[in-house]
Design a protein. Structure first.
Ligand code: C2E
Ligand code: MG
Ligand code: MG
Ligand code: MG
Length: 279
């Protein structure tokens, strides 16, 4: 009898689903402690003006150094942070750390650059404008150096409420951009109603831009549309020169991708600025 039960228990816990549940519980409890244990770090990826060939900004990308599991990708823990609500405190840490870093570089006399930060939908439902305002005040960073990246789905959900929030953030002097553009379902009419300054072409279109006429057409349409709407446009995920040259020929002025730099720790990003690297 007892033996049977053991066997059943074993089967119960070894089923795929339960391994996933266990994994999730373990990850969740360590995520809860990650902030206080100082396990997060921001990496910075250069955004390059391809005409001047200089860095004009960085995107801050979150990294989690888990004590046992090593570095965990944001693709894996951001969704968990969103489900658990932890994204609010983590997201605030991200904005504060990125602003503090940008200000420190400016104070050190380095060429001022824009700092882009990713936002999750949950952060939108709180008083994000107040959070941002107090962080800017606390760090002393000028609002115009901060760019907030949001996705199409964030924008389209509660469009009416977002309108107010985005107006407030934009009114403070922050820039707003749409990340991964082309993968979601934006109503194009909203693009001109929201105070958005930039579209970031999703890297899935850039990846096959040389070989796929469809992806090429989509990239070109996004660039043309951005310019028509007097918005700026950045291509993400540029890895080689052919992609760069094609995007340049379409009038895309700003590039972010492994061709120039992977996301790197703050010290390495600072070195780029200090050396005034021309890409
Ligand atoms: P994202 O905001 O679209 O960030 C760009 C992602 O593309 C980064 O992945 C970056 O490393 C990668 N990437 C950039 N250039 C290239 C390239 O040339 N080739 C390839 N193969 N990849 C490239 P990462 O850092 O793993 O971040 C993944 C996603 O996680 C981000 O996508 C963003 O949605 C989310 N994320 C990262 N940090 C934060 C954060 O602080 N808050 C929130 N809410 N989300 C974040
Ligand atoms: Mg982004
Ligand atoms: Mg993106
Ligand atoms: Mg993304």
């Amino acid at each position: 009898q007892a033996k049977d039960m053991d066997r059943n228990n074993f089967q119960f816990f070894s089923s795929d689903l339960n391994v996933k549940v266990m994994e999730r519980m373990v990850l969740e409890s360590s995520l809860r402690r990650a902030l206080e244990r100082d396990e997060f770090e921001l990496f910075y990826q250069a955004q390059v003006d391809v005409v001047k060939r200089t860095i004009i900004g960085f995107e801050a990308l979150l990294r989690w150094h888990h004590p046992e599991l090593g570095m965990i990708s944001p693709e894996k823990f951001i969704p968990l942070a969103e489900e658990t609500g932890l994204i609010l405190s983590i997201g605030e840490w991200v904005i504060r750390t990125a602003c503090r870093q940008a200000k420190a570089w400016q104070d050190a006399g380095l060429p001022p650059v824009r700092m882009a930060v990713n936002l999750s939908g949950k952060q939108f439902r709180t008083k994000l404008d107040q959070v941002v305002a107090s962080i800017l005040l606390e760090t002393g960073l000028g609002a115009s150096w901060l760019e907030l990246e949001l996705t199409e789905s964030i924008l389209m959900r509660n469009a009416a409420e977002n309108q107010q929030l985005l107006q407030a953030l934009s009114g403070m002097g922050c820039s707003l951009s749409i990340d991964d553009f082309g993968t979601g379902y934006s109503s194009l009419a909203y693009l001109k109603n929201f105070p958005l300054g930039r579209l970031k072409i999703d890297r899935s279109f850039v990846r096959d831009i040389i070989t796929s006429p469809d992806d090429r057409a989509i990239a070109k349409i996004i660039i043309d549309m951005a310019h028509t709407l007097k918005m700026e446009v950045t291509a993400e995920g540029v890895e080689d020169h052919d992609q760069l040259e094609l995007l340049k020929s379409y009038g895309c002025r700003e590039i972010q991708g492994f061709l120039f730099s992977k996301p790197v720790p703050a010290a390495a990003a600072e070195e780029f600025l200090r050396k005034g690297i021309l890409f």
